[in-house]
Design a binder for this molecule. Structure first.
Ligand SMILES: [Zn+2]
Length: 292
């Protein structure tokens, strides 16, 4: 009897020791790895400072929209106005020689700079390039009119490139489909706030064939949530409309994401920072967060 009890005690102690090792060593390891990358993709610059509990109307939120979550597709045209500064990509990242003056929104470029630096340090992938960024509607029309395959070109007025939040990415001048670099990007882009916008298994939802090169900036924690739950932007916005709110904890930050329909309002609890983005379906999505 006694030796059985001792054995049981030993087993319990071993389990407890292993649990402590897991929590102390492995778990912080995961957290550190996650927190060292992608955190600068937090829209801190555009955020609104903490303070007391405040109420914001739909119109006030629309007025501060970052545009990061605007849905643009064949049924949702590109909004008329840009939501940030267009900057020259070549000043900070490698670009394709066929498009040396490519422009992109500054927030998306900040994230690309980080992502390419991480690819270089983690995998020695030094030659990612941006081949497309912002396009005017005129340029989109030209591409459409002259496309060999119009399925791969968005109808003018319906391209994410017209928002400046999409980047077509190549590697050393080569299409990244089926390459190690393409796979790396697919697995890691979310860390920097990007999503693969047209995955192969979602073509019925996006109505666009697989485009391994086309990445869309949405920011955090949206990119993280979409990646983990295998959602494209159409599905994510539908989910938010249906659920009204989502809570996400990511690298020690508590996020609360709230969908506000037209005419609605939101209350920001004390101690939270927030940003807002119109969704181009009549709602505005508020992202609020605080350290947990
Ligand atoms: Zn594209």
């Amino acid at each position: 009897m006694k030796s059985k009890k001792i054995k049981l005690l030993m087993v319990l102690l071993t389990i407890a020791a292993l649990a402590v090792i897991f929590i102390a060593v492995i778990f912080p390891g995961i957290r550190d790895r996650e927190s060292t990358v992608g955190t600068a993709s937090l829209p801190a610059a555009a955020s609104h400072a903490m303070g007391e509990r405040r109420t914001y109307t739909f119109d006030q939120l629309a007025g501060m929209s970052t545009g990061y979550l605007l849905l643009v597709n064949y049924t949702h045209p590109t909004p008329a106005e840009l939501t940030g500064n267009l900057v020259r990509a070549a000043d900070r990242v490698a670009v394709s020689p066929v498009n040396p003056n490519v422009l992109i929104l500054e927030s998306a470029l900040d994230a690309l700079v980080e992502m390419f630096a991480y690819a270089a340090s983690e995998r020695n992938f030094m030659s990612f390039r941006v081949s497309e960024g912002f396009r005017t509607e005129e340029r989109q029309r030209d591409l459409w009119d002259n496309a060999a395959n119009q399925a791969l070109v968005a109808y003018p007025g319906h391209s994410e490139h017209q928002m400046g939040l999409a980047a077509d990415i190549s590697y050393a001048g080569v299409n990244i489909g089926n390459s190690a670099q393409g796979s790396w990007l697919m697995a890691n882009a979310y860390r920097f706030g990007f999503i693969l916008r047209y995955p192969a298994h979602k073509t019925e939802i996006t109505n666009v064939p697989f485009e391994p090169w086309h990445y869309r900036f949405v920011g955090q924690p949206h990119a993280f949530f979409m990646m983990r739950n295998d959602l494209v932007l159409e599905e994510y916005i539908q989910l938010l409309q249906r659920e009204g709110a989502l809570n996400i904890n990511l690298v020690g930050i508590d996020y609360r994401i709230v969908h506000i329909p037209g005419g609605g309002y939101v209350e920001i609890p004390e101690g939270y920072v927030f940003t807002a983005s119109l969704d181009n379906t009549g709602g505005v999505i508020v992202t609020m967060w605080r350290s947990s």
